[in-house]
Design a protein around this ligand. Structure first.
Ligand SMILES: *[C@@H]1O[C@H](CO)[C@@H](O)[C@H](O)[C@H]1NC(C)=O
Ligand SMILES: *[C@@H]1O[C@H](CO)[C@@H](O)[C@H](O)[C@H]1NC(C)=O
Length: 351
């Protein structure tokens, strides 16, 4: 968490709700890949600066990893992830990573996508030793996966510094095309490895987070550069998912439009019970958007009336709104269908 540009975790809630939904229908393994938005602790087992285990990040999530017990999807690197616990799934995500290998170079020892996928292969090997290869294939085929990737390719790469290497190499529209084409290869590999239901989240409104307002905004307006990036990236991502689904001949990849659900409460915070969508609950400086949330930061008295918990991450209440859309949202939020529809389809198929 030492970098002011680091995107930390926000998603214990998201993961917990997903895990519960995923497990309710029938015993279905749950996997998580990608970046910090869904990193529930792998980086805490690494010697890296991109960590999220220092206070007050634990305020809403006091060692939840332990307290949920066998039901939660443990970080793959957790020593506790052994034996029967492996059958519940695993979280391979790592704060700071992107689609591109050069994203997050400022963080030492993060688990980039090629390694996350290599860990899935290793996982399959380990599970195979417990339940055999055939049952392992079944577990993988019937699993549910959450993939969150791409935001860091802009925040922690293209726009990390003015005149970054990537921004000198590519105009933004060309960079987006490149990132999406590399992302396609990653998703294709996940399909090759046997995954058949993968929720793929786009990027949020990256230019509207308090950290960007603090650096670029005079009157609370979102930073147009990052807004342009997510505006280009999200629709191309969805097109790529649609084309990949056609290629593999099934609805394996489901797009999650986090940008839309976030814009809802950012543009109309009062409708959702927030007093502000610009000032973070925890932080310092303008919009509480400078640096990190630490024990020395300003801390708001009521986290539920802030859309942002810290300079980069939505509050728990805001996450609930996003999760709600994932589970029941219309095609504006979930494409081609929402999670409850997927669960119903799969339950019918796997009886
Ligand atoms: C990223 O690294 C992996 C292995 O380290 C390599 O196979 C892959 O081609 C690299 N991707 C790009 C876009 O360079
Ligand atoms: C989303 O979920 C709701 C509630 O389960 C359902 O009624 C609706 O038809 C779904 N929409 C789509 C597009 O799948």
């Amino acid at each position: 968490m030492a970098s002011s540009k680091s995107l930390a975790m926000f998603c214990f809630l998201l993961l917990t709700m997903f895990t519960n939904v995923a497990l309710k229908a029938h015993a279905r393994a749950f996997f998580v890949f990608g970046d910090s938005l869904v990193d529930n602790g792998n980086n805490n087992f690494l010697a890296t600066t991109a960590r999220a285990d220092n206070t007050p990040y634990g305020i809403d999530y006091p060692t939840k990893r332990e307290s949920i017990g066998s039901e939660s999807t443990l970080p793959y690197l957790s020593p506790a992830l052994t034996g029967q616990k492996l059958l519940v799934g695993a979280n391979f995500a790592s704060a700071g990573v992107g689609v591109l290998n050069d994203t997050g170079v400022q963080f030492a020892n993060i688990i980039r996508m090629p390694s996350q996928m290599a860990y899935l292969e290793q996982y399959k090997q380990r599970v195979s030793e417990i339940i055999g290869p055939q049952e392992t294939e079944r577990l993988i085929t019937q699993s549910l996966t959450l993939m969150t990737l791409g935001g860091n390719d802009f925040v922690n790469n293209y726009y990390l510094v003015p005149f970054s290497a990537r921004s000198r190499q590519f105009a933004l529209p060309d960079y987006v095309v490149y990132v999406v084409s590399e992302y396609r290869k990653i998703l294709k590999r996940l399909h090759e490895l046997g995954l058949r239901r993968v929720l793929v989240t786009g990027t949020g409104p990256l230019g509207c987070v308090p950290a960007e307002l603090a650096q670029h905004s005079r009157n609370g307006e979102c930073w147009p550069d990052l807004q342009a990036a997510s505006g280009l990236f999200n629709p191309q991502l969805q097109n790529m998912l649609d084309s990949l689904n056609r290629e593999v001949g099934s609805t394996t990849f489901i797009g999650v439009n986090i940008r839309q659900s976030s814009i809802d409460f950012i543009s109309n915070p009062a409708k959702y019970g927030f007093v502000t969508s610009k000032v973070a609950c925890c932080g310092q400086g303008p919009y509480n958007g400078i640096g990190l949330c630490t024990p020395a930061s300003n801390l708001c008295p009521n986290r539920d009336i802030y859309a942002f918990w810290d300079p980069f991450h939505p509050s728990e209440k805001a996450n609930r709104i996003i999760v709600q859309q994932i589970i029941m949202g219309s095609t504006e939020y979930m494409s081609p269908m929402n999670l409850s529809t997927i669960m119903a389809l799969d339950a019918a198929e796997n009886v």
